[in-house]
Structure formats: structure tokens, C-alpha cells
Design a protein around this ligand. Structure first.
Ligand code: ASP
Length: 421
């Protein structure tokens, strides 16, 4: 019998998970679902996610240090960093603008009744915008590692790598050691990914079986506006960028990238997707390690186009619900704050909702509206996370090619290699 590849196993797991969830939701009694969830699905899903999360902090640290150190020359590091940062900012601002255009055309909040459905939302104090930047510099890097504060870890790792480069030959043994640790971590990811089909099945079915269709109905216009925005961003914006800026065939990109999308979809976490995203960029898409190991963790933290789309649509939706008039100036304000908010959003499930309050406060829309959309946010979170991580890889491929370092033979090679998974 032909062995089914791991990437296909993950896809089947996703599909079976959705089917199982829908059936359980429609036909099985709630107490039964609760037990299945408690004893089987939650533990299996948690084991998988914990396994990946276990690697995120050490992997980001080691791969960024190696990445920054092996780019070799500091000017080049600055150039790659500058390009990717501009790309991430520009695509995020484009994503919010797209969301605003769609939301103004579709008017998701008109004709929807203002009934706070379900969940509680603790309005968190939105951070002061400048704090996002000052807090990037850790006062205690060990604490940043323990807390898993990605921006701080990134900052420290890059400085560390730069300093290693400046010291040159002397630090070669240290570089080799960190590089070897990196290899070991990547090997562990390979081992954990073998269990991905089970993890993905458990995570997906556990969400779907408690998320009936009923909750979707009053918010269907809102959800569809977001989904439409996400699709346009992936297919058109990224597709065109890959073609025009990256000068590569977008179809190959998506053919090789979809396993990363399934992991993003089932974990709802850009951070948890870093390991597999790195693997696919390096091994399948032909991005050199020094570039990917820098741009992917950075993107997972600062670049969230999907989240920005949700924030744009949610803002217009709630403005319409509450009858708040938004003029052109407020729209510009939304673009600015949503772009900054997406930089400050952590790559973990549900984080985008927290940062939404920052955008709402800026334009005077009551944050009390957040519980209304919270009821369907889990599913939308899964979808926007897919877009978040796709944007990181698209930027990575484009920047690598602009540096003439993309391995086009690997990129254009259609043969599916199992090595990356
Ligand atoms: N879950 C998203 C991510 O990890 C963040 C969000 O909530 O929008 O990319």
C-alpha cells in the first residue's frame, strides 16, 4: 500500500476533524461531547500544542542568533531587516485599508440587532502606542525568555548575533554550538510533527463540536466580510506581490505552503506555527536559513495582516451597530492604530481581540461591543492566523529573491519532499 505523506495525513485529519465536529454538534448530546472533549480531545490537542510551544522560545532564540550572525555583514542585515519591516508594515496597512473598503461596501453592522451574545470580555487597558517600541528592549533577557516575550527575545537575539559577527573568528565555536542546538531543535520538530494529524484532528473537532451554526447566523455578514477580506489578501494581494515584487510563480508557493496553513488554522497561533514555517521556507521554498530564521520569527510577532483585516471590519461593524459616524480622518486613524496594534499583538489565540480595544478607543467606539463578536471569534481567529503566517512567508520569499539569494531551483521544484515535514 502506498504510504500517505504526512502533509496529506494532516489535511485529512483537518477534514475529518471538521466532519466529526459537525456531526457531534448536531447529533450527540452535550454531556457526551463534554466528556469526549475533556478526556480525549482537549488532552490530545494540548499535548500537540505544548510539544510545539516547547520549541518556540529556544528555536527563535537560536535561529535568530545564527541568522543574524551568519548574514555576515551588518549592512546586509540592516538592509534585509529594513526591507522586511517595510514589507510587513505596508502589507498590514494595505490589509486594514482593504478591510475598511469591504466593510463600507457590505455594511455588516446594518440590519444586525445589538444583542450582546454570550461571552464576557474583560476590557483590558490598551497599551500606549509608544510602549510597544520601548518595551521591545528587555531589561532582563532571561525574564523575556521565561515569559516568552517574542519582541524582546528577537531584539536580544539580533543584538547578540550582530555582536558575534563583529567579534568574528573568535566566536566561531559559540556559533557552531548554537547552530548545533538549532539542528537538534529542528529534529525535535520533525518528531513532533509526526503526531500532527492526531493533534490537528483533536484541536479542530473540539472547536467545531461546541460551535454550532446558530451562533454564526446573526453575525453572518460580519464573518463573511472578514472571510472575503482574508481571501482577497491571500489570493490577490499576496499572489500579485509574489508575481510582481518576488518575480516567482505564486502557485508553487501555495502548493508548498499549505501544510503550514493547516497548522496555523488548527492552532490559531502564529507563534506555534514558527517551527513549521521555518522548515517549509528553508527546505521547500529555497529561502536561505540566515534570512528565514530572521524574518519568520520577526513576522510571526509583528506582521499580522489577517488580524488587521479583522480589526478593520470589526471597527466598522461596531461603529455601525452603535451608530458612530466615522469620517475620513477616523478611517486614517483606524489604519494607523490597527497597523500598530497588529505589531503589538502576540501570536497566540485570541490576542487580536485584546488589541482591538486599542483601535476602538482611538476612534471612540464602545469597547463593550467586543463581546458581541467574541462569540464567533474562535473560528475567525483560525482563519486570520492562516493569513498572518502566510504574509510572513510571502515577505520572506520576496526579500530573499530581492537579495538574489532565493534558491529558484528549489522553489520551482514541484516534487513534494517529505523532508520538510
Ligand atoms: N491568533 C492570531 C495569531 O496568532 C492573533 C490574533 O488573535 O489575531 O496570529
Amino acid at each position: 500500500m502506498k504510504k500517505i505523506s504526512l502533509t496529506h495525513q494532516i489535511l485529512f485529519a483537518l477534514i475529518f476533524g471538521i466532519i466529526f465536529g459537525v456531526i457531534a454538534n448536531a447529533f450527540f448530546p452535550l454531556p457526551f461531547n463534554n466528556e469526549v472533549s475533556k478526556w480525549v480531545l482537549v488532552p490530545l490537542g494540548k499535548m500537540f500544542i505544548n510539544g510545539i510551544k516547547m520549541l518556540v522560545v529556544p528555536l527563535v532564540l537560536c535561529s535568530l542568533i545564527c541568522g543574524a550572525a551568519s548574514i555576515g555583514d551588518i549592512r546586509k542585515l540592516g538592509r534585509v531587516g529594513g526591507k522586511i519591516f517595510v514589507f510587513y508594515l505596508a502589507t498590514t496597512a494595505a490589509a486594514v485599508s482593504l478591510a475598511l473598503i469591504l466593510a463600507n461596501l457590505i455594511d455588516p453592522g446594518i440590519g444586525t440587532s445589538l444583542a450582546a451574545m454570550g461571552k464576557e470580555f474583560k476590557a483590558v487597558q490598551a497599551p500606549f502606542v509608544m510602549d510597544i517600541f520601548t518595551n521591545m528592549i528587555p531589561t532582563n533577557p532571561i525574564e523575556s525568555l521565561v515569559k516568552g516575550d517574542m519582541l524582546q527575545i528577537i531584539f536580544f537575539a539580533i543584538i547578540f548575533g550582530i555582536a558575534m559577527t563583529m567579534l568574528g573568528e573568535k566566536t566561531k565555536p559559540l556559533f557552531n554550538t548554537i547552530n548545533q542546538i538549532n539542528e537538534v531543535l529542528l529534529k525535535i520538530i520533525g518528531l513532533i510533527m509526526v503526531t500532527a494529524p492526531i493533534g490537528v484532528f483533536a484541536l479542530i473537532s473540539n472547536v467545531i463540536m461546541f460551535q454550532g451554526i446558530a451562533v454564526l447566523l446573526p453575525l453572518i455578514k460580519y464573518a463573511l466580510t472578514i472571510v472575503l477580506g482574508l481571501i482577497v489578501q491571500v489570493v490577490f494581494v499576496y499572489g500579485i506581490f509574489l508575481r510582481v515584487l518576488g518575480k516567482v510563480n505564486p502557485i508553487y508557493f501555495f502548493k508548498k505552503f499549505w501544510p503550514v496553513m493547516t497548522v496555523a488554522f488548527s492552532t490559531s497561533s502564529s507563534n506555534a506555527t514558527i517551527p513549521i514555517n521555518l522548515e517549509v521556507c528553508e527546505k521547500k521554498l529555497g529561502v536561505p536559513k540566515p534570512i528565514a530564521s530572521f524574518t519568520i520569527p520577526f513576522g510571526a510577532t509583528v506582521n499580522m495582516d489577517g488580524t488587521a483585516i479583522m480589526q478593520g471590519v470589526a471597527t466598522i461593524f461596531l461603529a455601525q451597530l452603535y451608530g458612530v459616524n466615522l469620517n475620513f480622518q477616523s478611517m486614517l486613524m483606524i489604519i494607523l492604530t490597527a497597523t500598530l496594534a497588529s505589531i503589538g499583538t502576540a501570536g497566540v489565540p485570541g490576542a487580536g481581540m485584546v488589541m482591538l480595544s486599542m483601535v476602538l478607543l482611538q476612534v471612540g467606539i464602545p469597547v463593550e461591543g467586543i463581546p458581541i463578536i467574541l462569540s464567533i471569534d474562535r473560528i475567525l481567529d483560525m482563519m486570520r492566523t492562516v493569513v498572518n503566517v502566510t504574509g510572513d512567508a510571502v515577505g520572506t520569499v520576496i526579500v530573499a529573491n530581492s537579495e538574489k539569494e532565493l534558491n529558484l531551483i528549489a522553489y520551482n521544484n514541484e516534487i513534494e519532499s517529505e523532508a520538510a515535514m
